[in-house]
Design a protein around this ligand. Structure first.
Ligand code: ADP
Ligand code: MG
Length: 590
């Protein structure tokens, strides 16, 4: 039942996407479905006329006319099938595009936990992107193929039974093994494709490494191309070997089916010879008719049956697509405004990343009021970035609560996000203009050059803008024709500017924002810190302990918890983790 539902959904979808002209062509296909029968009949009369020509040379004109009709039929058939295949290519690229787009929207709307690691969800998305479009596009053409196929089938069956009923019966029965084999082949292909998706993706990953800048640098420097190549080659070989194993099996299937079909052909020829022998009036034309019609009958019957049976394996692809679309979405509320003031409250938050038992946050408790200036410090892996992930609603706690203004962040996600602005530790470098790299956090204000430039002056990004021939309009990154890629630190300045440009945000979260900045650039930002952040809450994650002098509260993370909480003087006096960290850095400057 479910299968029928998914099939019908695929049909409705492909009809929606199909162009009207393509519809007309498909309908015209019903008339064209009579062509195989007409051609067989015409071949028969042509052959019979030729046979008569030996006795009566006057009939030459009739022969020529008959030949001309035959030629026109062939031409019509060829032209029509060209037109049909043109439209079916168009339809199928339309659907493939649609499905890819759906997959992109899905990737951007499911909870982030599905994304970070290449798990089942990502595998399914890749699978659907690669295969489902074709199968879904096929669903509607299947219906037209069925209807035209049945028309052709009946019309040919009628003319063949007129010669001898057994010809039709034998042809149909012997198609069945071919159908069974074809169906097994489809099932095996589906199983194979779903089973080895990750291996395929990993193979692509290794070949992609040779197309990306950063890996390519290391590959050259360490001279590890042979190592990468070996990895890629081994994976490809394994992948191809698995694929070949299945293909070899399928070659055997196809050969058996062919052998059977050809054998039957010989039987049909004998039966026809017998009929003509019995009744010579039928003429040699009957031979021509049977030979062409039998071939067509075989291929039409096989196609019809394969499509009828194969729909069950094809529906699996469509099902995968529709089921995937039903994956939970992260957004649960329609409230998209932003808060005037933000109180952040984490209570006993426990959190482990998907498929992991390790508590990256282990009973975290913290309350942050509007306007507080906070530094978050702590060893690598102590949970700082994880805290940011939860604060931004990218993950939800396994237990405990992560709230903004008394509401779970996940339950009011849009509003919470609108009230925050963030630079993640690994932020994005948009291959776009400088303007868009900055204003993308608040697109409605993208045209306010004064505001962008004033902010850039305070963050230090103005130096970058000034250096560009086209100022804010300059395209930056690896796609720039003028070689305007930025250094790591310059990108970071752009990212800081982007985060601070989001006007309605009440909280800035900056995860190691100055890690790549030179000391002067960093000092410049600290100097402007008060004016840059105003009355907004600021959560600054940093290993540079200098930062602790411009904030009024320091949270020290240790193994997923807050180990210490206070200002610089208090924590030094406490002589705990913070004091130790501080001394470790300070001793080099004494
Ligand atoms: P940091 O304090 O250095 O920012 P993180 O919050 O990034 O630390 O990481 C905290 C812990 O969570 C680490 O032990 C890390 O190995 C683990 N972790 C981080 N990201 C992932 C992930 N995507 N999947 C599994 N574990 C992760
Ligand atoms: Mg981190």
């Amino acid at each position: 039942m479910n299968k029928i539902k998914y099939f019908l959904r695929a049909v409705v979808l492909s009809i929606r996407i199909k162009s009207p002209l393509s519809f007309i062509v498909s309908i015209a296909g019903f008339a064209a479905a009579f062509l195989p029968m007409l051609i067989s009949l015409q071949l028969r009369s042509f052959t019979n006329y030729v046979q008569k020509l030996f006795d009566n040379p006057d009939t030459l004109n009739t022969v020529i006319f008959s030949f001309a009709v035959l030629a026109v039929m062939y031409i019509v058939q060829t032209v029509f099938s060209l037109v049909q295949s043109y439209f079916s290519t168009q339809d199928s690229s339309g659907i493939k595009l649609y499905i890819k787009e759906q997959m992109l929207s899905l990737l951007s709307s499911v909870p982030y936990k599905y994304i970070e690691n290449h798990g089942d969800f990502r595998k399914k998305v890749d699978f659907v992107k690669t295969y489902a479009g074709e199968k879904t596009a096929g669903s509607v053409s299947l219906i037209f193929v069925w209807i035209s196929g049945i028309i052709s089938f009946i019309s040919i069956a009628v003319i063949l039974s007129a010669v001898n009923f057994w010809i039709v019966a034998i042809l149909i029965v012997t198609c069945i093994p071919a159908v069974i084999l074809a169906n097994m082949q489809k099932d095996e292909t589906y199983r194979w494709r779903t089973k080895w998706m990750k291996e395929g993706a990993l193979t692509i990953h290794y070949s992609d490494m040779c197309r990306q800048n950063d890996p390519m640098k290391e590959i050259r420097f360490f001279g590890i191309y042979p190592y990468i190549k070996e990895k890629w080659r081994r994976l490809s070989k394994e992948y191809i070997a698995k694929k070949n194993k299945v293909s070899r099996k399928h070659v055997i299937y196809n050969s058996i089916a062919d052998l059977l079909r050809n054998g039957v052909y010989l039987i049909v020829v004998i039966i026809t010879a017998w009929e003509i022998y019995q009744n010579p009036a039928k003429g040699l034309g009957t031979f021509m008719l049977v030979i062409t019609a039998a071939g067509q009958m075989q291929s039409i019957t096989t196609t019809l049956l394969i499509n009828a049976v194969g729909i069950f394996s094809d529906v699996k692809y469509m099902e995968d697509f529709f089921v995937l679309l039903e994956t939970e979405k992260e957004e649960k509320s329609d409230d998209t405004g932003s808060f005037d003031d933000v109180t952040i409250e984490f209570e006993n938050v426990n959190f482990a990343y998907p498929n992991s038992d390790f508590l990256a946050l282990d009973g975290l408790n913290v309350k942050i009021k509007q306007g507080e200036k906070i530094a978050v410090v702590g060893a690598n892996g102590s949970g700082k970035s994880t805290f940011v992930n939860l604060l931004c609603g990218l993950y939800t706690p396994q237990s405990g609560s992560a709230k903004i203004n008394g509401v779970e962040i996940a339950d009011n996600l849009s509003k919470a996000r609108k009230s925050l602005s963030v630079i993640f530790q690994y932020f994005c470098q948009y291959q776009d203009t400088l303007r868009n790299n900055i204003a993308i956090s608040d697109p409605s204000r993208a045209g306010k050059d004064d505001e962008i430039l004033e902010l850039a002056r305070q963050t230090g990004a103005d130096e970058i803008i000034k250096n560009q021939e086209n100022s804010l309009e300059e395209m930056i990154g690896i796609f720039s024709d003028e070689g305007n890629n930025l250094s790591g630190g310059q990108w970071q300045k752009v990212a800081i500017t982007r985060a601070l440009f989001r006007k309605n945000a009440r909280v800035y979260i900056l995860d190691e924002p100055t890690a790549a900045l030179d000391p002067i650039a960093e000092a410049n930002i600290y100097r402007n810190f008060a004016s840059l952040t105003g009355d907004k809450t600021t959560i600054l994650i940093s290993h540079r302990l200098g930062v602790t002098s411009i904030v009024d509260r320091i949270l020290v993370f240790d193994k997923g918890k807050i180990a210490e909480d206070g200002n610089h003087a208090e924590l030094i006096a406490k002589n705990g983790v913070y004091a130790k960290m501080y001394r470790a850095q300070a001793k080099w400057y004494e």
